[in-house]
Write a protein that binds this ligand. Structure first.
Ligand SMILES: [Zn+2]
Ligand SMILES: [Zn+2]
Length: 252
């Protein structure tokens, strides 16, 4: 209601046709329903306003209001304010201000975002996984764009991954080598681990528990494949001693 102002209790005035004061509890309503003259919560509004049946612009319910009132309740007024702020957020002016604010509070905002992400890791990751399962394209595009602008980080990450996954690197190198030779075949890091476990993590030649390497029983150079059935675990020294011979230590 434009120009409306709450009055102090001592200023409360009985409603009459000659003063420009009308109660917020609609004049006609209160008198008819409560059987008394309303005097609480007085609003000063232009007397030209007439009470009438209105339709709330938020919930579409009918209510008794003045010509200028469009909302039936506090809930609907709050909802209207939310709608206003949402549409305000879409304007250019607001976006410009938002950008300026973000620039000025960059560190603070990113710290807050990191903290939020840390606290809600599981939920966020689950949602991302679901999104990826439904449509992986946007995530792939995003990753590609990120890699383009963060080349150093990509190199670092790749190096770290290679360091952390030696078994998988070895497996892929072997696959590549026998593919180049035309022998084919491949094994997985899991197959390699199972094989090592099967021989109690011991070198099949010297029997010592040293760091094991995957040796091709029939060397790639002699047509051996990189399938797990052509792989035996040998320690480094034994592997290089064996060289290009076809010794199968698994049978001895
Ligand atoms: Zn309403
Ligand atoms: Zn050995």
């Amino acid at each position: 209601m434009p120009g409306a102002a709450f009055l102090q209790p001592e200023e409360e005035t009985r409603v009459s046709a000659t003063v420009d004061i009308i109660p917020i509890f609609w004049y006609i309503n209160s008198r008819e329903r409560c059987g008394r003259e309303p005097h609480l919560f007085l609003l000063k509004i232009p007397f030209t306003e007439e009470a009438m049946l209105k339709v709330c612009s938020i919930c579409n319910k009918e209510f008794d209001g003045y010509r200028s009132s469009k909302l039936c309740s506090d809930e609907c007024r709050v909802e209207k304010e939310l709608q206003r702020s949402r549409s305000r957020a879409k304007t250019k002016e607001f976006k410009k201000k938002q950008l300026q604010y973000r620039e000025a509070h960059r560190t603070e905002l990113s710290a807050r975002q990191r903290a939020y992400h840390k606290a809600n890791k599981e939920t966020i990751n689950a949602a991302k996984r679901q999104q990826y399962a439904q449509d992986p394209e946007p995530a792939k595009r995003q990753a590609k764009a990120w890699a383009k602008t963060n080349k150093k980080r990509v190199t670092q990450n790749n190096k770290a991954w290679v360091k952390a996954n030696p078994d998988r690197v070895r497996a892929s190198q072997h696959k590549h080598r026998s593919a180049v030779q035309g022998n084919g075949g491949s094994y997985t890091a899991a197959e390699w681990k199972t094989l090592c476990k099967q021989y109690n993590y011991k070198c099949l030649d010297c029997g010592k528990r040293r760091k094991l390497t995957a040796d091709h029983v029939v060397p790639v150079s002699k047509g051996g494949t990189s399938n797990i059935d052509n792989i035996q675990p040998l320690c480094g020294p034994c592997n290089s001693r064996k060289g290009a011979k076809c010794t199968d230590f698994r049978r001895t």
